[in-house]
Design a protein around this ligand. Structure first.
Ligand code: CA
Length: 238
């Protein structure tokens, strides 16, 4: 018997590709729900529980970008998009709407599986238990055991921020290195688990989404500052 690796929603209207991915991932212990219509997929995400979503972009009913945009704030697990090869606009848009990753077509199932494992592992609190659990800088509290981010108000209340798994990991990584300039390639390798190719904008897009959530002014950020041509620094006063 194969161990249960998690429950996935695969949204793909290409029957050959959908069947191949469904069979492959099922063979690797995932429970796969395969849906070909975007609108029906949205209904499933609302009514059922999934550990990760794999979304094609061009779909009947509702496209993958719209699905990602509408569920991103409520769905905390990884979202992986399937994009046409070489379509950089799609790739950028995917990350802008909060997808964690994308795989270019033709989809190589092994590559998809590898990315899926990386993203699911990051979302698993068990995998993070050895790290110290609570980090607080200037009223921003990150708890790596419960994987929550809280922002303290002036009156001392703590508001829980809604961040994705990928945003959480990036924020935690920068805060653990607070006061230190961290290179984009180092962040990339740490977060994505693969080498940096010098063009991927996913880290930059994630930082800009995080700034918004942290209520940090993008034109003059107080917390996550850009270091031109190098990377980022999580700023500390003093
Ligand atoms: Ca399609």
């Amino acid at each position: 018997m194969i161990a249960d690796s998690g429950r996935l929603l695969l949204v793909e209207d290409d029957l050959t590709l959908g069947k191949m991915v469904d069979d492959f991932l099922t063979g690797h212990g995932y429970r796969v729900r395969w849906e070909s219509n975007g609108l029906r997929a949205l209904g499933l995400i609302d009514s059922e529980t999934f550990d990760a979503l794999i979304l094609d972009i061009g779909l009947p009913g509702m496209d993958g970008i719209q699905i990602c945009r509408s569920v991103r704030d409520s769905f905390g697990g990884p979202i992986i998009m399937l994009t046409a090869r070489g379509d950089e606009i799609d790739e950028v848009v995917c990350l802008e709407v909060g997808a964690d990753d994308y795989i270019t077509k033709p989809v190589r199932p092994r590559a998809l599986l590898a990315r899926l494992k990386v993203h699911l592992r990051r979302g698993d609190p068990q995998a993070h238990q050895t790290e110290s659990s609570r980090l607080e800088i200037e009223g921003l509290v990150v708890d790596s055991t419960s994987r929550t981010v809280r922002l303290k108000t002036e009156s001392g209340e703590e508001n829980i921020l809604n961040v994705t798994t990928a945003e959480f990991d990036l924020l935690l990584f920068l805060m653990q290195r607070a006061g230190e300039v961290v290179g984009r390639s180092e962040i990339y390798e740490q977060i994505q688990g693969i080498g940096y190719d010098g063009v991927d904008r996913s880290i930059d897009l994630r930082v800009s989404r995080l700034r918004k959530k942290l209520e940090d002014d993008p034109s003059n950020p107080k917390r996550i500052k850009s270091v031109r041509g190098v990377g980022y620094i999580f700023a500390v006063e003093s």
